[in-house]
Write a protein that binds this ligand. Sequence first.
Ligand code: NAP
Length: 327
Amino acid sequence: MRRVLYTTPDADPSRTVSVHDVEEPSCPEAGVLVAVEARPINPADLLLLTGRHVFTPTLPAPVGIEGAGRVLAAGPKSRLRVGDVVALPRGGTWAERLAYGDDEVLPLPPDVDIEQAAMLCVNPFTAVGLLEGLPEGATIALNAGTSAVSRLVLSIARRRGLRALAVVRDARAVDELLALGAAAAVVDGDDLAQRLQAAAGAPIQRGLDAVAGAASGRLFDAIAEGGDLIVYGLLSSSRVELPAANLVFRDVTVRGYSRLRCYAAMTPARRAEIGAELVALLRSGEAITPIAARYPLERAAEAIAHHERPGRQGKILLVSPPTPGAT
Ligand SMILES: NC(=O)c1ccc[n+]([C@@H]2O[C@H](COP(=O)([O-])OP(=O)(O)OC[C@H]3O[C@@H](n4cnc5c(N)ncnc54)[C@H](OP(=O)(O)O)[C@@H]3O)[C@@H](O)[C@H]2O)c1
């Protein structure tokens, strides 16, 4: 079977991967062999390929942190059946087939859109995690407003009665985010905190920062006393810059968020509960992640280059045709 491997360190991530013929994994006794049909390119994949992730793998290394497919074979002690649709939360998903224990996969209804299912375990779970602990009616602000995570946060926030203000780089995105449910959308800049506070008309209890660098400080300044700033991405910088005086004298907590860490700590029952909420959002059309393009695994390098192109609208998927015997 074919598998994409990270083989060569290079500043250009599209030159780091190549496709290899590798041995197919065997089906575990209490698990399944999955024919993977779709996997997205996520910013975290790029962090790995450009050496900016906390994980520094020994090369050659597998790539891909999520995906979805159908069960091709089930072990004698597995609760799953051949043909079941499963989302894959980890495990080098840029491969044709993968083996998992039953509790490692997220079983989904048979009619779920498999491409959307392939994007369920990272961004939607992150969106849910970033809103954890907020009371109904709370006001939050998030940067990288047009990202897939932010769009999901806006949809889930609206469902849960939270008010979310989006920060964007380009004013042309404002109307679209308002239509998605943002209470306000403002363009990032020097006086961001004042403009956000004026638009909020209520204390901003949480800031969600995917950008890092100086953008972290601009969002931090908008958060009310007693609130928190969650840094969950580093789109612009490997450093978080905060105004020291405000950090010292104001009561605003700063913390990180890792979906991988939170997902690993969840019971299978809690994962299934969140999975069901997310499938309901998919069915209602509120959590559809736009897809910019699809590439076969063999063209992974081209797909990565497309991912890095400015102005991309939506996710890039690596797709494989359905495997006979799993459908
Ligand atoms: N911590 C976790 O567990 C976790 C889990 C999932 C995702 N994440 C993080 O969440 C972030 C968003 O992920 P995603 O999959 O939603 O990404 P995405 O859909 O690819 O969107 C990223 C968007 O961010 C904006 N952006 C890019 N570079 C930027 C910069 N330098 N400054 C400000 N905005 C910039 C761009 O929008 P415009 O061009 O429209 O401005 C881009 O479309 C990433 O940092 C990712 O690593 C973290």
